[in-house]
Write a protein that binds this ligand. Structure first.
Ligand code: MTE
Length: 310
């Protein structure tokens, strides 16, 4: 198990899939990720839904089904409805792909996806995702720590924040023809958040390559922040001195702050953040501070007023 994967896979994953996860890790070490999918996982034995389970709150986290993860999500570049990304994202061409590394780094450049992935150790990590809209999932990601990439490009001393951008191409992303957001989608992290070992650049889920609708071929995963911080289909990573303005902050600064840490004590102005609906369950769960990752990340925010820096 990777050290920061706090949901023990052996407890929550059907044993057959768990065993295959161990095989995935070995394949990963051999550098054969993504292309090679063990047959049992290709059939994808999904965890059962526990929709009628009255004790859901007390039950351990179970991975959300592959079907739900890939058919109910937000990717406004393909439409506003939760089913739109799965319906419309086939127009995205995730290969070939390149990522521009810019700003205050010793090694800027436009890197092919293969260059970015060369030499990284892929890991399978099961993380909770908590959307600002008060639904949640548990997702078995495949990816590598963003910290590895940060180290390789060598930030200069002035770099304090990292800004990320999604592809802008209305032909591939038809939702960009309407002005729902100020395209391209932008997100940002403090440099220490970007270097935190929980922060992943994901290339897959459930042992498969990311489907287009989940942000192929490369997306961010920051499990202690509301889901919208986890920007998809990244083409630009810029190291900057000043705090970036994210798309959601630009659209509505009263409702979406830069930090966006999951915090049950700070309500969204239009709804409570105290609890959440886990997709696949009927009963709501209490929302946990930092989405349950407080032991690992609370020290990043020591001394900060998290009502002000929401
Ligand atoms: N990234 C881009 N480029 N565009 C988006 O609309 N939506 C965000 C985030 N990343 C979004 C995005 C939101 S609101 C959520 S909840 C997550 O993606 C959900 O996607 P996932 O379930 O595939 O993680």
């Amino acid at each position: 198990m990777p050290p920061y994967d706090d949901i023990p896979a052996a407890e929550i994953t059907p044993e057959s899939l768990y065993l295959d996860r161990r095989r995935f890790l070995r394949l990963g070490a051999a550098g054969a990720l993504g292309a090679l999918l063990p047959a049992a996982a290709a059939g994808c034995e999904q965890p059962r839904r526990n929709a009628a389970d009255p004790d859901a709150q007390e039950r351990p986290d179970r991975p959300t089904s592959y079907e739900d993860i890939t058919s109910y999500n937000n990717f406004y570049e393909f439409g506003l409805d939760k089913g739109d990304p799965a319906r419309n994202a086939r127009t995205l061409r995730p290969r070939p792909w390149s990522v521009a590394i810019e700003g205050l780094v010793a090694k800027p450049g436009v890197y092919g996806l293969e260059d970015i992935l060369r030499g990284v150790t892929m890991e399978d990590r099961i993380y909770r995702l908590r959307c600002v809209e008060a639904w949640s999932m548990v997702i078995p990601w495949r990816g590598f720590p963003l910290a590895d990439l940060v180290r390789r490009v060598e930030p200069l001393p002035g770099a304090k924040f990292v800004e990320f951008q999604t592809l802008y191409d209305p032909e591939q992303m038809p939702g960009q023809r309407s002005r729902t957001l100020d395209w391209p989608y932008v997100e940002g992290l403090r440099l220490d958040e970007a270097r935190h070992p929980l922060t992943l650049l994901a290339t897959g889920l459930y042992g498969r390559d990311l489907p287009n609708q989940n942000g192929a071929p490369l997306r961010l995963v920051v499990p202690w922040k509301y889901g919208f911080k986890s920007i998809k289909s990244i083409v630009r990573i810029r190291f900057v001195e000043r705090q970036p303005v994210s798309s959601w902050e630009r659209a509505n600064p009263g409702e979406y702050g830069f930090y966006s840490n999951v915090n049950p004590d700070v309500d969204h102005p239009r709804w409570s953040q105290k609890n959440e609906r886990r997709i696949g369950e009927l009963r709501r769960r209490d929302t946990l501070m930092f989405n349950g990752y407080g032991d690992q990340v609370a020290q990043l925010y020591r001394g900060m007023d998290l009502r002000r820096y929401f």
